[in-house]
Each structure stands twice: as C-alpha cells, then as structure tokens.
Ligand binder design. Structure first.
Ligand SMILES: [Zn+2]
Length: 148
C-alpha cells in the first residue's frame, strides 16, 4: 500500500503539517518519490503514525515518543526500556493528578469565598485573584503541562 500525504493524513487522523513535523524529527521514514514525481508513504509510516498519535493521546512528550521510537529500531531487544518509559510517564500523570486535586481544593475555596451579593469590584473572588504573589499563587491552571 502506498499513500500520498493527504491519504496518509486521513488514515492516521493527523494533519499533513503534523506528519511533516514527525518526518523532520525522523520518527517516520521520508516518502519515496515515484516516477510521476509524487511522494508516497508506505504502510510502515502509517503504522508508526498511529503509534505516535496514540502516545500523544496519552499525553507523552516528544522525548518519550523518541525514546520508544529508538526501542522500535531494535525489535529483538528485551522490552525493559519500553516499560521504563511508560513507568516514568505514569509518574508524570500521577503528579499532575495531585496538582489538579490541589487546583480543585483551591477553586472550591475560592468559590466559597463569595456569596455573590457583592459588586464585581468587591467580589471576594476578584479580590483573591488580584492579591499579590506573596503567598502561593492560587491559580496556576495555565501552566498545566504534563512535562513542565
Ligand atoms: Zn511523561
């Protein structure tokens, strides 16, 4: 089976730009150039892209995917390093859950701090959010990143 980048994108459920990005990172082989000068990708590239997408859907970093990709280059080797990557990433996810639990507690406190009878400028939530950072910043949701 051979695919143009458009066909490959559709089958792998990724954009053409994303595929080119992974190609640049050497996570898939460059396409073959056919007689008509079109570039064609093979089934291996599709298999690899589905693999990468599944890793991304689990929140793995590019570095982690690259580590797994390296393991795929040595298919006969013991899979202990594959397990290591997954164990480390599970740890990242567990840490993030703990952080999200903290966000939840802080947001519940914030929600309770206001009875909704004040004007916006006097609202306890607004007051709390405007307070300078001399204590722990109560809202750090924008920094949510599994590998921060
Ligand atoms: Zn991770």
């Amino acid at each position: 089976m051979q695919f143009t980048i458009g066909e490959l994108a559709k089958k792998a459920k990724l954009s053409a730009d994303t595929i080119r990005f992974y190609e640049k990172k050497q996570l898939i082989r460059p396409p073959l150039r056919a007689d008509n000068n079109y570039r064609y990708y093979d089934q291996d590239s599709l298999t690899r892209l589905v693999f990468i997408r599944h890793c991304r859907e689990l929140g793995m970093s590019l570095k982690e995917i690259q580590a797994l990709h390296e393991q795929l280059q040595e298919p006969e080797q013991n899979c202990v390093h594959v397990n290591e990557v997954i164990r480390d990433h599970l740890h990242h996810v567990t840490e993030k859950i703990n952080q999200l639990e903290q966000f939840k507690v802080q947001l519940e406190q914030l929600e309770k701090s206001c009875q909704a009878n004040a004007s916006v400028k006097d609202c306890e939530i607004i007051q709390a959010l405007q307070r300078p950072d001399d204590r722990d910043d109560p809202l750090t949701l924008s920094r949510l990143d599994l590998h921060a």
